[in-house]
Design a protein around this ligand. Structure first.
Ligand code: G3I
Length: 457
């Protein structure tokens, strides 16, 4: 077993870390994302595109790792109803058949959205006409897939970005008015009484004006009996910026009586990727997965694509990408290992996998403390295989700064500090250890221990 990425929180956790390592032999833990998620009562999905289903590595990765499939574009209005009342479910049907044959759940995406909307629908200017077209679209599409789709993103991205908390100025909002969203949910329930009906949006992952507006809408829907079952947090995130209050945000939606789904997760970086960015990304994925696991009504985690080879990001954000769990060659990235381990899984390991962090465990000890700071020490221990290098990623608490660090080389991005060996302590024989130490200044008195993860290289 070459793989271990151990996160250790808090001083005095050495014994706990040893117990966890001993108590969970890797061979006993689930070895894929879908198995590990299933063991927690959740599904782990991916968006997939019919255009790539002829590529064997694409399909084998999808089938091996994921138990929920979201058609990336094939269920959108411009594909399914390109001219009025003339329907084309062919590409989506193919993906649905594949998913069913593999025992995957299907997420329908999406019934009402201002993008990928055919010109004929976008051009309707009469309220009754657009309402009737929207109801017909939902009746036919959700009706066609009834019994096959587990979750529908009924309405997508209906709120403006930024601080206004206002509705987006779409044709639906302009022509039908505020009521269009609940009309869409009622039509979806009528067409498919068994699918869970979700509202889905981006930049509502943490608590902010936009998520507050969605929260107010969901609360109102629940109070008035408008059929809504779930909220989708898309989670198109940027490196090092997982909202600190993501778990609290999910919890407040759950408290309204709806499930919470992470529907389009990806964490983009400036390209090309390097080891430091990939380590930060791994830590970010771990935070998202852990936040979901902490909320019992967070039942779905779906990534927006399978491989960095195919992603919407470089088209929309030139110079950015590498946001997913598998690289361009379908090799597992550190973010894969971090996600799997956060779910309680353990990769059985495959030689040559560049995402393999090697067999490394790390422990953290607080060695001194005072009113406005503390000293810490991290010890990295090789497993059964010798290693030539190691990486430790520490996420510091608010107001904390590392003033000195010894026996390691640190680079800092925001509150994330990545530490690598100095010249003499990177090579570790099997079972051998190296340590580095550091001093933290926290003038605000925040003496919380950093979150720490480690790997090799
Ligand atoms: O299929 C045509 C192809 O025939 C043509 O040659 C090519 C030329 O550009 O375009 C192809 O269509 C593209 C389509 O993806 C399929 O690849 C569109 O141009 C392109 O705009 C479209 O992008 C999709 C985007 O939604 C549209 O807004 C992305 O694949 C898809 O990942 C993205 O997904 C959205 C979610 O639905 C909602 N949340 C945000 C997320 C990311 O933007």
């Amino acid at each position: 077993m070459r793989r271990a990425l151990t996160a250790v929180l808090g001083a005095g956790a050495l014994l706990l870390a040893m117990l966890v390592t001993v108590a969970l032999p890797a061979s006993a833990a689930p070895g894929t994302l879908k198995e590990a998620a299933a063991a927690t009562g959740r599904v782990f999905g991916a968006a997939a595109a019919q255009a790539h289903m002829g590529e064997s590595a694409y399909v084998s990765t999808l089938d091996r790792e994921f138990n929920q499939l979201t058609p990336e574009n094939e269920m959108k209005w411009d594909t399914t109803e390109p001219s009025r009342n003339s329907f084309n479910f062919g590409p989506a049907d193919q993906l649905v058949s594949h998913a069913q044959a593999q025992g995957m759940k299907i997420r329908g995406h999406t019934l009402v959205w201002h993008q990928q909307l055919p010109g004929w629908a976008g051009g309707i200017s009469s309220r009754d006409d657009l309402l009737s077209a929207m109801r017909n679209h939902i009746a036919k599409e959700a009706g066609h897939f009834a019994g096959k789709v587990a979750y529908w993103d009924v309405v997508n991205e209906a709120f403006q970005d930024g601080g206004s908390g206002a509705r987006r100025d779409s044709v639906f909002q302009r022509v039908i008015g505020d009521g269009y969203i609940e009309e869409a949910f009622r039509a979806a329930r009528a067409a498919d009484p068994t699918a869970k009906l979700c509202y889905n949006d981006y930049n509502i992952d943490g608590q902010n004006a936009k998520s507050n507006a969605v929260y107010t809408m969901v609360k109102d829907f629940k109070a008035r009996g408008v059929p809504i079952d779930c909220v989708g947090l898309q989670a198109h995130l940027t490196l090092g910026n997982v909202p600190a209050d993501m778990q609290a945000n999910m919890q407040r939606f759950a408290a309204l009586g709806v499930d919470v789904h992470i529907t389009e997760l990806d964490i983009r970086m400036s390209t090309p990727a390097d080891a430091s960015k990939l380590a930060t990304q791994a830590n970010d994925y771990k935070k998202v997965v852990s936040a979901c696991l902490a909320v019992s009504r967070c039942t779905v985690i779906t990534v927006w694509g399978i491989t960095d080879k195919y992603s919407w990001i470089p088209d929309v954000f030139p110079g950015e990408g590498a946001a997913l769990l598998f690289d361009n060659n379908y090799a597992k990235k550190p973010a894969y290992d971090a996600s799997l381990q956060a779910l309680g899984g353990q990769d059985p390991g495959d030689p040559g996998d560049p995402g393999d962090p090697g067999t490394v465990t790390c422990t953290y000890t607080r060695t001194a403390q005072w009113n406005t700071g503390f000293n810490g020490q991290v010890t990295i221990t090789a497993g059964a295989t010798a290693i030539g290098s190691w990486t430790v990623v520490m996420t510091m608490g608010s107001g904390q700064q590392i003033t000195t660090l010894w026996n390691g080389n640190a680079t800092t991005t925001g509150n994330v500090v990545t530490v690598r060996p100095v010249a003499w302590n990177g090579n570790l024989a099997p079972g051998a250890s190296a340590s580095f130490g550091f001093s933290v200044n926290a003038s605000n008195g925040n003496l919380a221990d950093p979150a720490i993860s480690c790997g090799s290289p």
